[in-house]
Ligand binder design. Structure first.
Ligand code: HEC
Length: 218
């Protein structure tokens, strides 16, 4: 999604007529405003039909994003702590209070990177079910050979840490709102942004900790 937006913005920059730069004496700033306005228009029009309110809300920075941007993802310790506490307070749990679901469902969610693709390159049909795309950044089950390494390996997550209530809650909370533990991390805030439902998160928790899950097999 970001790549598409950046590509669209670059295309826009290249296509801006020269006179746009002469419109006001404050040149640079006004060009920037024109560009961001037009980029926003492209962004808005590219997800028509796919729950526009969901996406519009995502254009607004919340406090955590604003502070992380301001400090280039490296806020001073006190502020970092403040962000993490505030993010922790956002975490919501399933109504039945059960934090561990079905690992097979979790495996499907962790493996799927579809849902919410907008723009010109393989866009998803509106309302395509969304996945967690965990393999984009983590190794999980050994049988999946394609994975990213931005995040630490989660292979043997449950085997190494067990499946105590504390570990289950930690895994749930981390997936719901990663910034509750690591302010300004690259990991998305899946629950906070309603990308995954609390129930879906419980399935992914099971995928991480269930002894039968391929994550905990060799
Ligand atoms: C865009 C990259 C990215 C994606 C996608 C991503 N993560 Fe992460 N994840 C990270 C990074 C980076 C870290 C390490 C920093 C941190 O703790 O936030 C991390 C940390 C974690 C941790 C803590 C590991 C520990 O040792 O305690 C867990 C658990 C986790 N991720 C689970 C998941 C799951 C499950 C998914 C899919 C629903 C997922 N992540 C998707 C980047 C990502």
């Amino acid at each position: 999604m970001h790549k598409t937006l950046i590509a669209a913005t670059l295309a826009l920059l290249a296509s801006l007529p020269a006179h746009a730069q002469e419109r006001t004496p404050s040149g640079a700033a006004s060009v920037k405003n024109d560009v961001s306005k037009q980029a926003e228009q492209i962004f808005r029009s590219s997800f028509r039909g796919d729950n526009p309110k969901f996406w519009m809300d995502r254009l607004e920075q919340d406090d955590a994003m604003r502070l992380c941007s301001q400090y280039r993802d490296n806020p001073p310790a006190k502020l970092r702590q403040k962000i993490e506490l505030a993010q922790k307070a956002t975490i919501r749990y399933p109504v039945d209070g059960k934090l561990i679901g079905d690992w097979k469902e979790g495996e499907k969610l962790a493996s799927s990177g579809r849902g919410g693709h907008i723009g010109f390159i393989q866009p998803d049909a509106p309302m395509t079910p969304r996945g967690g795309n965990c393999y984009a950044c983590h190794q999980l089950a050994k049988k999946e050979v394609a994975y990213g390494t931005i995040g630490p390996t989660l292979h043997h997550f449950g085997k190494l840490r067990g499946a105590s209530d504390d570990i289950i809650k930690y895994a749930y909370d981390k997936i719901y709102n990663s910034n509750a533990f690591t302010a300004c991390t690259n990991m998305p805030r899946f629950g906070l942004h309603n990308w995954l439902t609390p129930e879906q998160i419980t399935h992914i928790v099971a995928f991480l900790v269930d002894p039968e899950s391929p994550v905990n097999k060799d």
